[in-house]
Design a protein around this ligand. Structure first.
Ligand code: COA
Ligand code: NAD
Ligand code: MEV
Length: 442
């Protein structure tokens, strides 16, 4: 049972595990063994992982899979994917092969603008605030010079600051809306450091500004933080081919298949319940690459869903159309990611993932990630409008069910052959497994 504890953070790793074992593990020794089983045998490497976060007791494994054959703008890519869900990597590989034979994926970065905001309340005269802002804008930017020096040398930095009056949404609420170019970094820490400096300068200058009559209270800085909604940090990935070339599905004509995909996207646009699952499938591909490359999947998730809802209702992140006999399928998605900073040069598997991707720039990685999302959605929609999702998914999930049942290597081999031409369900596998065990026992 959970009990309160003071000073837990100050305990050693062993003491933390002891506390956990005493208060939470059903079998103390077994729990401690599992925790220790996932430590790296190289103590230095383990320490590196321990220090990524706080109160670390062990490592949490996720499989790292590989999806080859991605032809993107005429060049082949092998995509690393870290994900727990079966069939996602297989689906990516299958979609890659499908489009490889139809011209491959085309991609384009449409923008790389990052955003951060200083949120403040102002209780005085709006026109005085505007005058003040225009007079000190350059000073605000200059006050960050020591922070932005290296980024400016690389060609990035603060691109603009605007004053936004948000009082119609919340009484007396204003923002300094700041935009940034952070090049190969996601930029969260860079942006937040700049914003906190801008807020400090803003407040100090306001106190000296003659147009503000009184006190402190005229201007109240509430907070300074980047926004994970980056509608101008956008990448587009697309595939297209003649409708007649969509000819791999035996029970559907190419035209009927193309129309079904277009209709499936239209349903996602018309119905949020479907759109959420449709976009979840896209994020299967996106998150897996985001994780494998050490990026912040929460930031990507939050930004992607906000973008899906930008029209006021939640819609598909992908689009499909048939025009003059050509099938087109594409995604536009905001992706604020980095190939430097964060964990990118620290986590050995992240470094290796970036090596597999041939050390991409952030813009190149944006394009690869968008492709992974588009491919994933195509694979899911293809299954959904033809055989149904369960056939392929359960084929890949079979091993998990067998592992849950404690199947031996020989039994696993038997069931892979047994289910080659049969539909797999969880209850069906349990019953077939039990029958096999009973037969073997008799
Ligand atoms: C799972 C799925 C790929 C199986 O398709 P299939 O037609 O049985 O696959 P095939 O055995 O004909 O293989 C075709 C390609 O798919 C991929 N693939 C299939 N099984 C795979 C596996 N076990 N491991 C890795 N890749 C696999 C490979 O790219 C393979 O080509 P390769 O043999 O040259 O490596 C397919 O049903 C699918 O895409 N389903 C959608 C799954 C989905 O959307 N999942 C999201 C979560 S539900
Ligand atoms: N709301 C959020 O999303 C949020 C908030 C805070 C922190 N974070 C975390 O912040 C981390 C990312 O922050 P970050 O990107 O500032 O990383 P970081 O703090 O590691 O900084 C990266 C630095 O690399 C340097 N750099 C070297 N070469 C560069 C190049 N070619 N292009 C650009 N910069 C280069 C720059 O000085 C840059 O500031 C992620 O781990 C994320 O989880 C996220
Ligand atoms: C298959 C799908 O549900 C994802 C499962 O992880 C996506 C979809 O329905 O489009």
């Amino acid at each position: 049972m959970a009990i309160p504890v003071n000073g837990f953070s100050k305990l050693t790793k062993d003491q933390k595990i002891e506390w956990l074992a005493k208060n939470h593990f059903i079998n103390k020794e077994e729990g401690k063994t599992i925790v220790a089983q996932y430590w790296n045998s190289d103590a230095k490497l383990q320490l590196l992982h321990d220090e990524f976060i706080e109160n670390t007791i062990s490592n949490f494994y996720l499989p790292l899979g590989i999806a080859p054959n991605f032809l993107i703008n005429g060049k082949y890519h092998t995509i690393p994917m870290a994900i727990e869900e079966s069939s996602v990597v297989a689906a990516a590989g299958k979609a890659a092969k499908y489009w490889q034979q139809r011209g491959g994926f085309k991609t384009e970065v449409l923008g790389t603008e990052k955003i951060g905001q200083v949120h403040f309340m102002f209780y005085g005269d709006n026109s005085k605030l505007e005058t003040f802002f225009s007079e000190i804008k350059s000073k605000l930017i200059a006050s960050t010079n020591d922070i932005t020096e290296n980024m400016r040398k690389r060609g990035g930095g603060i691109t603009d600051i605007t004053l936004r009056n948000k009082a119609s949404k919340l009484n007396s609420y204003y923002q300094l809306h700041c935009t940034f170019e952070t090049l190969d970094a996601m930029g969260a820490n860079f942006i937040n450091s700049c914003l906190e400096r801008i807020a400090k300068t803003f407040k100090e200058e306001a106190q000296h500004f003659s147009l503000f009559t009184t006190e402190e209270k005229d201007l109240e800085i509430v907070m300074s933080i980047l926004s994970n909604y980056v509608p101008n940090c956008i990448v587009k990935a697309s595939v297209s081919c003649k409708v007649e070339d969509l000819n791999e599905d035996k029970n559907l004509t190419p035209k009927a298949f193309a129309e079904k995909i277009v209709r499936a996207v239209a349903i996602a646009n018309a119905e949020p319940h479907r759109a959420v699952t449709h976009n979840k499938g896209i994020m299967n591909g996106i998150d897996a690459v985001v994780l494998a490359t050490g990026n912040d999947f929460r930031a990507i998730e939050a930004g992607a869903h906000a973008y899906a809802a930008k029209s006021g209702s939640y819609k598909s992140l992908t689009h499909a159309e048939i025009e003059n006999g050509i099938f087109k399928f594409w995604i536009e998605i905001p992706l604020a990611i980095g190939t430097v900073g964060g964990l990118t040069s620290l986590h050995p598997l992240v470094k290796l993932s970036l090596e597999i991707l041939e050390k991409p720039s952030a813009e190149e990685l944006m394009q690869i990630i968008a492709v992974a999302g588009l491919a994933q959605n195509f694979a899911a929609l293809r299954s959904l409008v033809t055989d149904g999702i369960q056939k392929g998914h359960m084929k890949m999930h079979l091993m998990n069910i067998l592992n849950q049942l404690g199947a031996t290597a020989k039994e696993k081999e038997y069931f892979v052959t047994y289910y080659k031409d049969k539909t797999i369900t969880h209850s069906g596998v349990i019953s077939a497994f039990n029958s096999l065990r009973e037969k073997d026992a008799s």
